[in-house]
Design a protein around this ligand. Structure first.
Ligand code: FAD
Length: 481
């Protein structure tokens, strides 16, 4: 008999689970993601003069697709994306694997998750100049001399806390030398769908009937029937979906999944979501050679001390990047008026802080309504020492950080989760923990596969790590029923 499997969410975590499920013979895959297949406008250059003022159109669409059933006590609080493809329709495409210093958090997981990376080679167009990235022959991202020189200078600095590498990016199309006539940068970088997203493969799978899409269905709660081993999915408080599933994989994103958990268990009234705070730092790079023609991050710079871990995504200047970064770095509005040759010396860093140096946010049940609130905001004496060390080290590489950025706390960095972190066997925690297969509260067949169940939020890009973990959970869980 076929197993009926439900995937909740059409973002990267769910797609990763789906790829593994497609290797199985007797499974029927169903998908819900809260909406119908709608997508962002994908035609044309988002920076062209014609699209001026409508460039924020893509931001507007993004806002319209947020789950507004959650209330928030603070401005710009993070909310789940109800877009087909989830946040991968607006993300920056930066990828990273599990770094050595975080491997011990995964000690109950038997496999080396990085070994799963080649399984995604067919679906993601990986671009990387890093020798460390575990895939054969990824495409190279064009790096201009200015950034090449910078990485050489950073590598020469003798400091055990510092390490530097080229970035890894997930693109939706191949890198080539085609230049957009409207913006003057590469065509593979100036479209709203330039970064890879889970949408096109999911659409193909739905069209070829490998996945059954249940449209306009948002999951309210899930109940397990332990007698006949089935899961019932409720689309509102009272209404259940008629199909009973053998297994459910929940990839609704950390907030979406928390909402389902809060609605499913009366005795859970509050969830605390961990984050990586983000400091965006404008900078001056005292060398200028070459013209960068894309908006992706060029380098990853890590600065790890015994107390704190910092992860910086370095972006060298490009004309389009300047337009794109107005929201993230307010000073850009003024810098924009500067003389172009001078702008070529500018750039920016997205500096992600480790989980222990970062704030948290809460989702609380209040009279049946879910409210997003600020959580803890730790004291950061060690962090400030580390920040100072990092900035002085960059200075040695002729990078001057300007004290004009903004600090994104309480999930505004878009990197959050670990609220149901997979507890290591010998660990006692106050959290609502999941087991190694992403199950909480003794559930048998409901597995959380998104960032909710990461054992730790390592600073830097988290999505590939989420995808690797989702793949692993399905790999181990599918033969259980
Ligand atoms: C602006 C921005 C830039 C980012 N840049 C990067 C980056 O460069 N690198 C990186 O690693 N990460 C980045 N991220 C984070 C990255 O987008 C997420 O880590 C990733 O999308 C998570 O994938 P997911 O599948 O777990 O969840 P999501 O992408 O959030 O997808 C969740 C899915 O669940 C569905 N859903 C939610 N609630 C329900 C419900 N109740 N019922 C049914 N369906 C539901 C949604 O419709 C959606 O399809 C960025 C995020 C943002 C917002």
């Amino acid at each position: 008999m076929n197993k009926k499997i439900l995937l909740i969410g059409s973002g990267p975590s769910s797609l990763s689970a789906c790829i593994r499920l497609l290797e199985e013979e007797n499974v029927e895959i169903y998908l819900v993601d809260g909406k119908d297949i709608e997508n962002l406008e994908t035609r044309g250059c988002i920076y062209s003069k014609k699209n001026k003022n409508t460039q924020s159109r893509y931001k507007k669409l993004f806002k319209h697709n947020l789950d507004s059933s959650l209330q928030a006590e603070f401005e710009d609080a993070p909310k789940p994306s109800l877009q087909f493809g989830g946040y991968s329709t607006v993300w920056g495409g930066a990828l990273n694997n599990i770094e050595e210093e975080y491997i011990h958090h995964w000690k109950d997981v038997e496999q080396d998750l990085n070994l799963f990376i080649p399984n995604f080679k067919k679906i993601i167009n990986f671009c990387s100049n890093s020798e460390k990235f575990s895939i054969n022959n990824p495409q190279n991202l064009p790096i201009i001399e200015r950034e090449e020189r910078l990485i050489q200078r950073l590598k020469k600095i003798k400091n055990n806390n510092l390490s530097v590498d080229f970035s890894t990016i997930a693109l939706s199309s191949k890198v080539n030398s085609n230049i957009c006539e409207e913006c003057g940068e590469y065509t593979w970088s100036c479209r709203s769908n330039s970064s890879w997203s889970s949408t096109s493969l999911f659409k193909e799978l739905i069209a070829s009937k490998k996945v059954t899409y249940i449209k306009n269905t948002s999951v309210f709660k899930i109940e397990e029937n332990k007698i006949n081993n089935t899961c019932t999915v409720f689309t509102s408080k009272e209404q259940s979906h008629e199909i009973k599933f053998d297994k459910v994989f929940v990839g609704a994103g950390a907030i979406g999944s928390s909402k389902i958990v809060l609605n499913s268990f009366e005795d859970i009234t509050k969830v605390e979501i961990k984050t990586n705070d983000l400091i965006s730092i404008p900078l001056i790079n005292l060398s200028r050679k070459g013209k960068k023609r894309h908006t992706f991050t060029d380098l990853y710079i890590k600065y790890n001390t015994t107390k704190t871990n910092l992860f910086a995504q370095y972006y060298g200047y490009s004309d389009n990047l300047l337009n794109l970064s107005e929201g993230a770095v307010p000073i850009v509005r003024y810098i924009k008026k500067l003389f172009k040759p001078f702008l070529q010396y500018s750039g920016g860093i997205f500096l992600y802080l480790d989980q222990d140096s970062s704030s948290t946010f809460l989702i609380e049940k209040e009279d049946e309504i879910l409210v997003i609130k600020k959580g803890s905001n730790p004291k950061r004496i060690e962090l400030y020492k580390s920040l100072k060390g990092f900035i002085l080290t960059l200075l040695k590489a002729r990078i001057i950080c300007l004290p004009l950025g903004i600090w994104r706390k309480y999930g505004k960095s878009n990197h959050y989760g670990a609220q149901f972190s997979m507890a290591n066997k010998d660990e006692e925690t106050n959290n609502i923990n999941s087991d190694v297969l992403g199950r909480i509260k003794k559930m048998n067949d409901v597995h959380f596969i998104d960032s909710s169940v990461l054992p730790v939020l390592s600073p830097g890009p988290i999505t590939l790590i989420v995808m690797l973990n989702a793949y692993r959970i399905v790999n181990e869980a599918i033969n259980e029923t």
